[in-house]
Every structure is written in C-alpha cells, then in structure tokens.
Ligand binder design. Structure first.
Ligand SMILES: Cc1cc2nc3c(=O)[nH]c(=O)nc-3n(C[C@H](O)[C@H](O)[C@H](O)COP(=O)(O)OP(=O)(O)OC[C@H]3O[C@@H](n4cnc5c(N)ncnc54)[C@H](O)[C@@H]3O)c2cc1C
Length: 276
C-alpha cells in the first residue's frame, strides 16, 4: 500500500458525496490501496458508509448497488441464477459466478472489491462490464448537481481505463431489466495461463432477436453484436481488427486475442443458438 492522503470521509448521505477539492471516491479500496495514489488526490470519500442494499430484485428487474461487493454479488444474484445454463426464472444470472471468477481476485479481495469500483476503473479485464452488458443493464449515475442520469453499461467503459463518469459522479447502481433475467446467457474466457488475467471474454444472451454477443478484455471498450449466424461473427471479428480495436498488453498479443475472440464468439453463438 502506498497511500499518501490527508483525509478519509465516510459518506452517509447524498450531500456527503459532494467531493471537495482533491477528493475521490473509495469503494472497496482494492485498487486504490494497491497503487500509488495520484499526486492530486489528497482525500477519499468512502461510499460504503451509504448503507445501500447490495442488491434487490422485483418486477422491474435486478438492482445492484455500486457498493455491492463481488462476494455479495456471487452469494445473491449468482445464487439466484443457479448453475450456468440451468433453467429457471433467473437463468440469465447463471453467468454471474463465471464473471466473478474471471477476475484474478483472491477471496479476501473479492470480499471488499465492489461492482461500482470494477466498472468505474474500466480495466479491459474488468469482467463486470461484460456481465452487465450481456444483461442489457443500465448504470444509474448520480451527478454532482444532485440529479442523476442513466447510461447503458455497454457504453460506460469507453476505452482501456476510460469511463463515461465525470469528476464527482457516483455510480449508484446498475439495473438489469426483468426480461433479461429469464433469458439464456453464455460465457467464455481465455487467458494465457489457467489462473492468469482474462485476456478475451465473450458473454452472450439469447433474447427476442438474434443472440447478443459482447466482447471484453480483448478490446479496450465492450463491443456488442446481434449475431444472426457464424458468417456475421467472422465479419464482426474482422471489422474489430480493421478498426485497430484489439487490446494488447503482457497478458496477450492482438493477434492471439483476435483468434481467441473469434473462437469464443462462435462457441457462445453455438450455445445460444440451440433450443431453449
Ligand atoms: C490481486 C488483485 C487482482 C486484481 N485483478 C483484477 C482483474 O482481474 N480485473 C480487474 O478489473 N481488476 C482487478 N483488480 C483491481 C480491483 O481490485 C478490482 O477492479 C475491483 O473490482 C475494484 O473495486 P474496488 O471497490 O476495490 O475499487 P476502489 O479501489 O475502491 O476504486 C477504484 C476506482 O473506482 C472509483 N470508484 C469506486 N466506486 C465508485 C462508485 N460507486 N462510483 C464512482 N467511482 C467509484 C474510485 O474512485 C477509484 O478510482 C485486482 C486487484 C488486486 C489487488
């Protein structure tokens, strides 16, 4: 830990979420406490003091608070979804466990790391974007003027480590529409080693239209496609390359990520294309 800050405030009301100069939000702190804090950050505002219900489900769908920990996500919505592919009213959530496991977190880190922190970081290997994009979730963002706005989770991460959150905006919750909860979903991931960082991740959901396939980790920002058939998947993967959108770091080259994504996307389409 390399933490050189002056203040930590625990937010207990919306008014407490108004950042003062030099402050930034604290979720579980698993990233903030593991990296040198940027020089301009002198204070933290701990959102976990807001006491938000981690998750809830009703007729409109599922709500997951920004402060919901990955452990709570797994034990709650993850358990509702049951085993991947198992039928049931929450079968869409069957990929929650795989998406949480796609993060290279120990149980200790998963106990405090939050959904909001993972989305707000916008790392390519941040699997919450792929999970909630597959479920057509929308993020509810509190704006500093006291209002709020909504953005599709698939549009929230706009590049590697770049998110559509202005300074002072709080990721309050993500909302999964009820219709998506009962639909079949599928998950695939690739990594250079069995326990390595996720380098290509493909999630998908069979909806009323063609299956919707989303790629993350192999690209800086999530990309989605309504895939009618395998030709369309191939053209899409080629197009991603022509746009120069493959991500590259020590966890995988562009070419390898493109090849893995192609294979995983075909597998997801095969799985979702089958009978319900
Ligand atoms: C061993 C280890 C392995 C890791 N592996 C991965 C991995 O595979 N993939 C990956 O993506 N990450 C990984 N991480 C990074 C990090 O732990 C996770 O991304 C985690 O989900 C971040 O959540 P947090 O609540 O701890 O965020 P914090 O550290 O609290 O915050 C991270 C950022 O998000 C902002 N933030 C937090 N909550 C909100 C909110 N509600 N609204 C607005 N802004 C907010 C903070 O200001 C900060 O900029 C790893 C970390 C460790 C220590």
């Amino acid at each position: 830990m390399d933490l050189d800050i002056d203040t930590v405030r625990v937010a207990r009301s919306r008014a407490d979420c108004a950042l003062r100069p030099g402050e930034t939000f604290l979720g579980g702190g698993t990233f903030l406490y593991s990296e040198p804090v940027p020089a301009e950050v002198t204070g933290l505002v701990d959102l976990t003091g807001m006491g938000w219900e981690p998750w809830s489900v009703d007729g409109s769908g599922l709500r997951v608070a920004g402060t919901c920990t990955l452990e709570e996500l797994l034990a709650g919505p993850g358990a509702l979804g049951g085993a991947p592919g198992a039928p049931g009213p929450y079968r869409g959530l069957g990929i929650v466990g795989e998406c949480v496991s796609a993060l290279t977190l120990s149980a200790k880190v998963a106990r405090t790391a939050t959904v909001g922190g993972n989305l707000a970081l916008g790392l390519p290997a941040g699997s919450m974007a792929g999970l909630f994009a597959a479920l057509s979730a929308r993020a509810v963002v509190w704006t500093p003027d006291g209002g709020s706005r909504e953005v599709a989770v698939s549009d929230l991460v706009t590049g590697a480590g770049v998110v559509d959150l202005a300074p002072g905006e709080v990721l309050r919750e993500v909302r999964v529409p009820a219709a998506a909860l009962g639909q079949r979903t599928a998950f695939r991931r690739a990594s250079l080693t069995a326990t390595g960082r996720t380098a290509a991740m493909v999630t998908g959901r069979a909806g009323d239209r063609s299956p919707r396939i989303t790629v993350t980790a192999a690209v800086g920002a999530p990309l989605s496609l309504y895939a009618r058939d395998h030709d369309m998947v191939d053209r899409w993967v080629d197009w991603i390359g022509s746009e120069g959108a493959w991500y590259e770091d020590t966890h995988g080259s562009r070419d390898w990520r493109a090849a893995m994504t192609r294979r995983l996307a075909h597998e997801v389409l095969d799985e979702l294309g089958g009978a319900a």
